[in-house]
Design a protein around this ligand. Structure first.
Ligand SMILES: [Zn+2]
Length: 213
C-alpha cells in the first residue's frame, strides 16, 4: 500500500462532495446509489484522499497505512466511507434535481451525524478547550467524521441550492457552484468541459457546417 494523493482531484468546493467524487458513473437503484468506477480500492486510497483533502498530515497518513498493512486496520472505515459516500451522492442528486431524497439516504446521514458527534469529546488542557477524537475510536474514522460534518453543514445551508452535477458524460461528479455568475457546468473545464466542446464541434462538422468556432 502506498500513499498516492495525486491520484485524486479536489474540484467540488466541499469536502463531502470531494469524497463522493472518488467514484463516478453512479447508478441509482431503489435501495440506493452504486458507482461503476471506484477510486477507493483499499485503505491506502482512503488515506491518500484524506492527505490530498488536507484532513490528515503525511506523518499520520504513513502510520495509518502501516497499521492497515500489518493488522488490517481501517477496513471498517473504508466500508463506512463507501456507504456514507453513496448516501451523500443520493442526497446531492435529489437536491440538484429537485427530487425528494430517499428516506434511507437521509436516515443514513443522520445516523452518521450522531456517530460523528459521539466520536468527539471536549477536553481542557493547557488553558484551553479542544475537541478531540475519542481514544477508542478507529483513527481513520476522524476523517469520516469530518466528511459527515461537512455534508450536514452543506445540506443545511443555503449553499445546498448550488449543488450541481457535472454535465459530462459519463462523469456525474458533484460540485457547489460558487462561480460569480452561477453558471458553472463542468467538474473541470480542462476535462469534461473540453470534451463537450470537442463533441459539439464534431457534431457540427458531421453536419457539414463545421468551422472552428
Ligand atoms: Zn465532469
Amino acid at each position: 500500500m502506498e500513499l498516492r494523493p495525486d491520484k485524486f482531484k479536489l474540484i467540488a468546493g466541499d469536502l463531502s462532495l470531494d469524497l463522493v467524487n472518488t467514484a463516478s458513473g453512479w447508478q441509482r437503484t431503489a435501495s440506493g446509489c452504486i458507482p461503476a468506477d471506484d477510486s477507493l480500492a483499499d485503505v491506502g486510497d482512503l488515506v491518500s484522499w484524506a492527505v490530498k483533502a488536507n484532513v490528515i498530515g503525511e506523518k499520520a497518513a504513513r502510520r495509518l497505512v502501516k497499521n492497515a498493512e500489518t493488522n488490517d486496520a481501517g477496513a471498517s472505515s473504508l466500508r463506512r466511507a463507501r456507504k456514507a459516500r453513496a448516501a451523500i451522492y443520493g442526497l446531492s442528486v435529489a437536491v440538484a434535481t429537485g427530487e425528494t431524497p430517499l428516506s434511507g439516504d437521509i436516515e443514513h446521514l443522520e445516523k452518521e451525524r450522531r456517530r460523528a458527534l459521539e466520536g468527539q469529546r471536549m477536553e481542557y488542557s493547557d488553558g484551553r478547550f479542544e475537541l478531540k477524537q475519542r481514544r477508542e475510536a478507529e483513527p481513520l474514522d476522524a476523517v469520516l467524521d469530518a466528511v459527515v460534518f461537512a455534508a450536514v453543514e452543506l445540506f443545511t445551508s443555503d449553499r445546498a441550492k448550488r449543488i450541481r452535477i457535472c454535465g459530462g458524460e459519463p462523469c456525474g461528479w458533484l460540485f457547489v457552484d460558487d462561480s460569480r455568475g452561477r453558471n458553472r457546468h463542468w467538474c473541470d473545464m480542462r476535462d469534461c468541459g473540453n470534451l463537450a466542446k470537442v463533441r459539439r464541434f464534431r457534431k457540427k462538422a458531421s453536419k457539414g457546417d463545421g468551422r472552428d468556432p
